[in-house]
Design a protein. Structure first.
Length: 522
């Protein structure tokens, strides 16, 4: 192993890469893999996938030699960065497309017991669409969405002969509805039983069918028929397929999840409706399955890379949040590898369990900065969305001021994170100076350009390097501690009189506590 932590020779033990499920959260996974492969030299001998992890495995399986692995990782990243909206991944079924946002809001309000006349009127107008919806549901009601866009993409990119020649052994998980059995598909389309090594009846199957079966998370996506049975998402039995990688002979396993461990604490569910209860219960079940998979990882040498921040939902697709999630994956992978003294230490490990961090406090500090970078970028992205061309721009001046203040906060956090061991995502040094990615153009070209009078200006352009934000209130996320920022200096809230820009109130920005420590003291 070199001083920079890269692997310079193959360890005798087979190396596994286990990729978990999570819908569009697979962007995090793509970023993590890019850093593990490109910056630390990971070349797995065994690659297993569940759900969106199987989609990523399909791309990785095109590597016929270890030297081709970086090339296919670049292809995988290009796919994720090309996505613009949900239609690039899935389509609403006709019965769901009949339900307008107004209908959904009205139904939710009525279900919550708020029976206002205007809501009932909205539902009355929906009688015709609801009838068509019921008819469509009878004909096509096995799922809310279709995976047709994903299918078109993977059919276009697959090269079956190249996949069959993959140097890495692969396994894709799926669950048969008729028997409830967990089954696996390999690079040739052969089927295996739950242990991932015993041949199963049926097959071979088309690799595209195996991927779509693995990603068929019901009821969002339809089941997939193959080899005489009906299959759904493998995540109903294994979220992070570590055990299959070990069954194929992998000693050390690097596992990349798409969601953090556990389900988190929710507000009271005592008045939740049936849909909210069902979603929460499903989340608890998947969290328990994922926890068992993590325990499997700890039974042998391995490393877990999982997100620190929930960037978006598993059905959310937009270029800005996907890019932020990719960069989060890169940062988390880098700091997890750095924390254990390099990837070589993981791959050479003989004892169960991931290597302990060499300096737990250093890892905690790095993770805090990573969370701060990610959440500030997410907050800026949300503010920037209000500046999209074609959207109502009420308060555009205040919105631009809020974006600039977040960029000002972001700069020292990015610099502090970059000063720690481990590579940063490409271009991260400039994230404070530019807008995040958006599906549509914004009314100004960058955060430091001025708003024109027709866009509710005039707000003049500023020198980004010399910029000092106007007064705002800083709230530490979690503790709720508050500070006033005046002339770029931190002061306890209450010491400064309230300041307004004309009739516009001073903005309040909630940030990670670590950001508070980086704001200059008065």
């Amino acid at each position: 192993m070199r001083d920079d932590g890269r692997v310079t020779r193959r360890h005798p033990a087979l190396v596994g890469l286990a990729l978990g499920g999570g819908g569009s959260k697979g962007a995090f996974q793509a970023g993590s893999i890019a850093t593990l492969v490109g910056d630390f030299g990971l070349r797995p001998d065994v690659v297993t996938g569940t759900s969106v992890g199987s989609i990523n495995v399909l791309v990785l399986a095109h590597a016929r030699t270890p030297d081709e692995f970086p090339e296919v990782v670049d292809r995988m990243l290009a796919i994720w960065t090309s996505l613009r909206d949900e239609s690039d991944m899935f389509e609403r079924r006709p019965w769901l497309a009949e339900v307008t946002p107004g209908m959904r809001r009205a139904a939710g309000e009525v279900a919550a017991g708020r029976l206002r006349p205007e809501l009932l009127l909205e539902l009355a107008r929906a009688v015709g669409p609801l009838r068509r919806m019921a008819s469509d549901f009878r004909d096509d009601g096995d799922a809310a969405y279709s995976l047709a866009p994903v299918e078109r993409r993977i059919r276009a990119l697959q090269e079956p002969e190249r996949i069959r020649s993959s140097y890495a052994r692969i396994r894709l998980s799926a669950v048969a509805l008729e028997s409830g059995a967990l089954r696996w598909t390999d690079e040739t389309g052969a089927l295996y039983e739950a242990d991932a090594t015993t041949p199963a009846a049926g097959g071979p199957v088309a690799i595209v069918d195996a991927v779509l079966a693995s990603a068929a998370f019901s009821p969002a996506f339809p089941p997939r028929r193959m080899a005489g049975e009906t299959y759904v998402d493998g995540g109903f039995r294994t979220v992070i397929p570590v055990r299959a990688a070990r069954a194929l002979g992998a000693g050390p396993v690097v596992a990349v999840a798409c969601a953090g461990a556990g389900i988190g604490h929710a507000r009271s569910m005592s008045r939740a409706n049936v849909v909210q209860v069902a979603v929460r219960a499903a989340g608890a079940t998947l969290a328990e399955i994922g926890s068992r998979d993590v325990e499997d990882l700890r039974r042998g040498p391995g490393l877990l890379v999982d997100p620190l921040v929930d960037v978006h939902g598993f059905l959310d697709v937009d270029p800005g949040r996907l890019a932020i999630d990719i960069d989060l994956g890169r940062m988390v992978a880098a700091e997890r590898v750095a924390a254990v003294g390099g990837l070589g230490r993981v791959l050479a490990a003989r004892d169960p369990g991931a290597p302990a961090p060499e300096d737990p406090d250093a890892l905690a500090a790095s993770e805090a900065l990573t969370c701060a970078v990610t959440r500030l970028r997410l907050d800026a992205w949300a503010e920037e969305e209000r500046l999209l061309v074609g959207k109502p721009r009420s308060g555009a001046a205040l919105t631009l001021a809020g974006v600039r203040a977040r960029k000002w906060l972001l700069r020292p956090v990015v610099e502090a994170r970059a000063a720690l061991p481990g590579p940063m995502p490409p271009g991260s040094g400039a994230v404070w100076s530019v807008f995040e990615r958006h599906a549509a153009p914004l009314v100004v070209r960058d955060p430091w350009a001025g708003l024109s009078a027709r866009n509710e200006g005039p707000v003049p352009a500023v020198d980004r390097d010399a910029y000092v934000p106007g007064p705002f209130t800083l709230v530490a996320r979690g503790t709720g501690a508050r500070w006033r920022i005046v002339d770029g200096r931190r002061r306890p809230a209450g010491e400064e009189p309230a300041v307004a820009v004309g009739s516009v109130p001073v903005p309040t920005i909630e940030v990670e506590p670590v950001v508070v420590t980086l704001v200059p003291e008065a």
